[in-house]
Design a protein around this ligand. Structure first.
Ligand code: ADP
Length: 260
């Protein structure tokens, strides 16, 4: 039981973005999608989220063709935290998190739905903010509410597109720890598009490096973070070392002289 992505192709008009992308993620794994800006991380995430439709390829999850699931079934299977969440800003945190339950209930939420909402609010440390409107929150607080919505959705596949971009260091670490814990405890498979290689190396089981719409490395962080490859992909001199069992990537920074 795993996520199997096979030969995915995706183009915007006149512009091919994903080229023959194949990837397998084991059930219960926390997988990082890495790569420079424009390498295709969001596009791939949106395909799995049912937002983008690929021109070729297949996606199977738990043996089911993810691309042919009906909307409600898809929403019961896949939770998605988009990069720029169009948060319904007039809702309170609690109401916004409840939106994650809509695929699960009929006319109105039941006890189980509210329980999942309360659990997610607590897990994301939002208890004191639950009655505040999203419009009254900081970017990072609103981002945590959107993650809580996806957690309350209680799906077997969780997709997160740069969910920590607006978070301070504490909440970056706590959110990544939480997702890791959820994959461990509940056997949920999570995919995260993230820029911080060291956070990916610390919290993720699998790291996938995209460049120009192709996968150029995949494996454990210690396998996938190869200094020469990272230099080539990011166009930046880096060193990679193993520290306390984790891969640590450091940019080699040279002073620049600007001639203006
Ligand atoms: P990443 O998430 O790795 O930064 P994206 O998947 O967002 O990369 O983008 C991959 C490529 O697709 C980029 O070249 C980007 O400019 C292009 N792209 C993204 N969204 C659109 C769009 N709506 N229309 C046209 N091109 C797009």
């Amino acid at each position: 039981m795993s996520l199997e992505i096979t030969d995915i192709e995706f183009s915007y008009p006149g512009h091919t973005v994903l080229k023959g992308v194949s990837l397998e993620v084991q059930q219960g794994s926390f997988c990082a999608l890495l790569g420079p800006n424009g390498s295709g991380k969001s596009t791939l995430t949106k395909i799995l989220a049912g937002v983008n439709r690929p021109s070729a390829g297949r996606v199977r999850f738990d043996g089911v063709d993810l691309l042919s699931l009906r909307r409600r079934e898809h929403a019961r299977t896949v939770g998605y935290v988009p990069q720029s969440a169009e948060a319904p800003f007039d809702l309170t945190v609690r109401e916004a998190v409840l939106l994650g339950r809509t695929p699960h209930y009929g006319l109105r939420p039941g006890r189980k739905d509210w329980q999942k909402v309360d659990d997610a609010i607590e897990l994301l440390g939002l208890t004191e903010l639950e009655s505040r409107r999203l419009s009254e929150l900081s970017g990072g607080q609103a981002q945590r509410a959107i993650v809580a919505r996806a957690i309350a959705q209680d799906t077997r596949l969780l997709l997160l597109d740069e969910p920590t971009s607006a978070l301070d260091l504490r909440y970056q670490v706590e959110t990544l720890q939480l997702v890791r814990w959820i994959t461990r405890q509940r056997g949920i498979t999570a995919l995260i598009a993230i820029h911080d290689l060291n956070h990916a190396g610390r919290f993720c089981d699998q790291t996938v490096l995209l460049n120009g719409g192709r996968i150029v490395a995949s494996g454990s962080p210690l396998e996938a973070f190869e200094a020469e490859l990272l230099r080539e992909v990011y166009g930046l001199d880096v060193t990679v070392e193993e520290r306390d069992g984790y891969a640590e990537v450091r940019p080699v920074v040279h002073e620049l002289e600007y001639q203006i």
